[in-house]
Write a protein that binds this ligand. Structure first.
Ligand code: FES
Length: 165
């Protein structure tokens, strides 16, 4: 029997939902795990989750759209999120953003053509007195300077097994 990409994606989602005993109260955790596994919670994955948990697709979609950390399109292998809330803005977010966009040749909301790095915005990361704050995958950096960006990103690329430019 031919196994398609959709079959594989569906099997991954089923395994994750089953690991949580098809418990609706674990919906957010399930969605986070799907994103970790598939680098996004696509409309297809949302539909599979909705079917398994007996929810409507719009209920699942509303959770996905509410949480800024959940994406509907595949992200890069390294995801960089820069806080753009007011305290960080006052401490230099725009300079960091320009440095990142120059380094990667993409704008915020985009992924590099090789699928390596995505740039995105975050809302307050709870480090307002130590801005600008930036998340690189699960690692939080504070008081980031443009000069530190190269090192931080190189470390993240190394951790993800990507070549260092
Ligand atoms: S405003 Fe950026 S961490 Fe709070």
């Amino acid at each position: 029997m031919l196994v398609t990409d959709s079959d594989r994606l569906q099997a991954d989602v089923v395994a994750i939902v089953d690991r949580h005993h098809r418990d609706r109260s674990a919906l957010l955790t399930i969605l986070e795990e799907i994103q970790h596994c598939q680098r996004a919670v696509t409309p297809f994955a949302q539909q599979v989750v909705a079917d398994l948990l007996h929810l409507s697709p719009s209920q699942v979609a509303s959770v996905v759209s509410f949480y800024g950390f959940l994406e509907t399109q595949p992200r890069g292998r390294v995801v960089i999120r820069l806080c753009r809330t007011i305290s960080c803005q006052m401490q230099g977010t725009q300079r960091i953003a320009r440095q990142l966009e120059n380094d990667f040749g993409i704008r915020f909301g985009e992924t590099t053509p090789d699928g390596a790095v995505s740039l995105g915005w975050a809302h307050c990361l709870g480090m307002c007195d130590r801005g600008p704050a930036m998340l690189v995958d699960d690692h939080l950096y504070t008081e980031v300077t443009p000069e530190q960006v190269h090192t931080i990103v190189a470390d993240a690329r190394r951790a993800a097994g990507l070549p260092i430019h």
